[in-house]
Design a binder for this molecule. Structure first.
Ligand code: SF4
Length: 377
């Protein structure tokens, strides 16, 4: 079982907080599906002979592509791999790109899951983030997707905005839960170097939210999700029963995936590859049949640490029996020793041979996992 990720790097406008690789919309868009087809045929052996369980068009802004272009890439994939009617095929869309025609076209192409970049249902917050849409367009986009036959709809929200409050976060969450969505991804605002927000923070033009408010917003997310029948299956991801994102889950469960497009990453259990973050270098590499990418062969310790980083952020946790079977005793024992203080305070628990961070402590999971990571002296 494996996944395919296609990074669509085109954005009409750069959002102020965003550090995803993107470039403006340009004539490059028309050539994109052909380059992806070529890259696929050059790099398909990375996940050779595996059934494709998920295909994900992420970005950037995939909804800058026409349905025919999505159809072209899906057909290219199906020439190389087996795609069943059950394969999860997701496209990320921006609310103000959505139209009935676009949605119908994506559905006809085979897309069966839509992920809408809503971020907030409050106009002032959307303006602050530098988003192109307003709150009304956000709500309308979900309704339009539902009316055009998409049952599996996910939306993204951002919390922890400066000047946001518990009440403003409650408003966006209640609006989200009132719509017939099946999946919700909620990310805390981060200030990445190289972004406008990163610079504004450095120059003291904006201030980070007080951590106590962030924690209360996270707790509110947990409280409302339980009331509305969502399960928080990972620190930032919640879903109705049977609607976990297979794409995201495959990352956390160590399933192989092939990433296509500039800046896309790939993983197959033993090796990680990452494509050049320059569109031109990436495109030239594909044209000359020498993909512009770097790679890392994963040693045992790196694999072990990656397993901690991914599994402990989920409700499924880390299966200790598999860990003991797959890794050397010293690594496992050292990690369990580091876990002892957290097991005593309840910030870690062992249930059914799985090491887990109880959901109320997930917000602080980075700190806990950081203590368990094994680094050579
Ligand atoms: S947040 Fe999305 S739409 Fe905004 S710049 Fe980043 S990738 Fe583009």
């Amino acid at each position: 079982m494996a996944g395919i990720y296609i990074h669509v790097p085109f954005c009409k406008k750069k959002c102020l907080y965003c550090d995803f690789y993107s470039i403006g919309t340009s004539s490059k868009i028309s050539q994109y599906p052909i380059l992806i087809e070529k890259e696929l045929s050059l790099r398909k052996n990375f996940i050779a002979n595996q059934r494709i369980d998920t295909i994900y068009f992420g970005g950037g802004t995939p909804s800058q592509l026409e349905p025919l272009q999505i159809d072209y890439m899906l057909k290219s994939i199906s020439k190389e791999f087996y795609i069943s009617h059950d394969t999860e095929i997701t496209i990320e869309v921006n609310p103000d790109d959505i139209s009935e025609e676009l949605l119908q076209g994506y559905r006809l192409a085979g897309v069966n899951r839509i992920s809408i970049g809503i971020q907030s249902f409050i106009d002032d917050e959307l303006l602050f983030l530098g988003r192109r849409h307003n709150a009304q367009a956000a709500e309308q986009s979900v309704i339009l997707a539902l009316n055009n036959g998409f049952k599996n709809i996910s939306i993204d929200l951002i919390y922890g905005l400066p000047n946001s409050s518990i009440d403003s976060w409650r408003y966006s969450l209640e609006k989200a839960f009132s719509l017939n969505i099946k999946h919700l991804s909620c990310y805390h605002l981060t200030y990445e170097e190289g972004t406008v927000f990163g610079r504004r923070l450095k120059n003291k033009k904006i201030e980070e939210i007080d951590e106590s408010i962030s924690i209360q917003q996270f707790d509110l997310l947990r409280e409302l999700s339980i009331k509305t029948g969502f399960t928080q299956y990972e620190i930032s991801n919640l879903a109705k029963e049977n609607y976990h994102s297979r794409h995201n889950t495959s990352y956390w469960q160590g399933i192989s995936y092939l990433g296509l497009g500039p800046a896309a990453h790939s993983y197959n259990g033993d090796k990680r590859e990452w494509n050049s973050s320059s569109y031109n270098d990436w495109a030239q590499g594909i044209e000359s049949e020498k993909p512009a990418l770097e790679y890392e062969i994963l040693d045992e310790q790196t694999k072990f640490n990656e397993l901690l980083l991914t599994h402990l952020r989920t409700i499924w946790g880390l299966n200790l029996l598999s860990l003991k079977k797959d890794f050397n005793k010293t690594l496992v024992n050292q990690m369990l020793k580091s876990a002892e203080p957290y097991l005593k305070t309840g910030k870690l628990s062992i249930v059914d041979d799985c090491l887990r961070i109880p959901s109320k402590y997930l917000f602080t999971s980075d700190g806990i996992i950081g203590e368990l990571i094994q680094i050579d002296d």
